[in-house]
Design a protein around this ligand. Structure first.
Ligand code: E4P
Length: 217
C-alpha cells in the first residue's frame, strides 16, 4: 500500500520523506489555509521534496474554469495530480485531463456508485473519505470494501486512495481490504511506527548490553 501524507506543511513532508516511506502528498484548500502560504508556491516546493504524486485541488465548480485552473496546476511539475470534486463537472474535467496524460485525483467520494463513475471517467485516484463517513454514523471502511469489489470486478486501474484517515485502525483496515493508497495526517503516520513493547524491548536490550561492557566498532 502506498503512503501519502495529507498536509501542506513542507517541514513535516520533508521529515517524513526522509524515512524513504513516503510515496506522495495530498493537499486541499483547508490544508493550504492552515499552512498560511501561497498555494502555487507551496505546491511547487512539495513537488520538489517528493517525487511521487502531489494532489493540488481546483476550486472552480464549472468545467471550463476547472480546466483553466488545472492548466495552471499541472504546469507546476510533472508529479502534480489535479484534484477535482466528485461532481458532473469534476468528472468531465477528469476525463479531459486523464485523456491528456495528466494524473487526476477525484475527491469527496462518499458512495461506491460515485467511485464507479470516477473510474469510468479514467481517474488516476479515487478518494473516499472514511473519517467523515464514520463521523455521520456510516462505517467508512464498508465503502472501501465495496469499491475494491467493484474495481476488481471490472479491472479498473483507478487506485483507491483512502482519505480522511483519522487513526491507525483506519490504516490497518484499509490495508486488509487491499486499498492501493492511504493518505493520513503526519501525526497518524508517526503513530504507525510506535509500539510500547518495542520501546520496552529496546530499553531491556540496552540495559543488558551496557552490562557486557562491549562496544560495536
Ligand atoms: C484527502 O485528500 C483530504 O485532503 C483529506 O483526507 C480530508 O480529511 P479530513 O476529513 O480529515 O479533512
Amino acid at each position: 500500500m502506498k503512503f501519502f501524507v495529507d498536509t501542506a506543511d513542507t517541514k513535516e513532508i520533508a521529515d517524513l520523506a526522509a524515512t524513504g516511506l513516503l510515496d506522495g502528498v495530498t493537499t486541499n484548500p483547508s490544508l493550504i489555509h492552515k499552512a498560511g502560504r501561497d498555494f502555487l508556491e507551496v505546491v511547487k516546493e512539495i513537488c520538489e521534496i517528493v517525487p511521487g504524486p502531489v494532489s493540488a485541488e481546483v476550486v472552480a465548480l464549472d468545467h471550463e474554469t476547472m480546466m483553466k485552473e488545472a492548466e495552471i496546476l499541472r504546469k507546476i511539475a510533472d508529479n502534480v495530480a489535479v484534484k477535482v470534486p466528485l461532481t458532473i463537472d469534476g468528472l468531465k474535467t477528469c476525463k479531459a485531463l486523464t485523456g491528456d496524460g495528466t494524473m487526476v485525483n477525484v475527491t469527496l467520494c462518499f458512495s461506491a456508485n460515485q467511485a464507479l463513475l470516477a473510474a469510468k471517467a479514467g481517474a488516476t485516484f479515487i478518494s473516499p473519505f472514511v473519517g467523515r463517513h464514520d463521523d455521520v454514523g456510516y462505517p467508512g471502511m464498508e465503502l472501501i470494501a465495496d469499491i475494491r469489489l467493484i474495481y476488481d470486478n471490472y479491472d479498473f486501474e483507478t487506485e483507491i486512495l483512502v482519505a480522511s484517515v483519522r487513526n491507525p485502525i483506519h490504516v490497518l483496515e484499509a490495508a486488509k481490504i487491499g486499498a492501493d493508497v492511504m493518505t493520513a495526517p503526519p501525526a497518524v503516520i508517526r503513530q504507525l511506527f510506535n509500539h510500547p513493547l518495542t520501546d520496552k524491548g529496546i530499553e531491556g536490550f540496552l540495559a543488558d548490553w551496557a552490562k557486557t561492557g562491549q562496544k560495536i566498532g
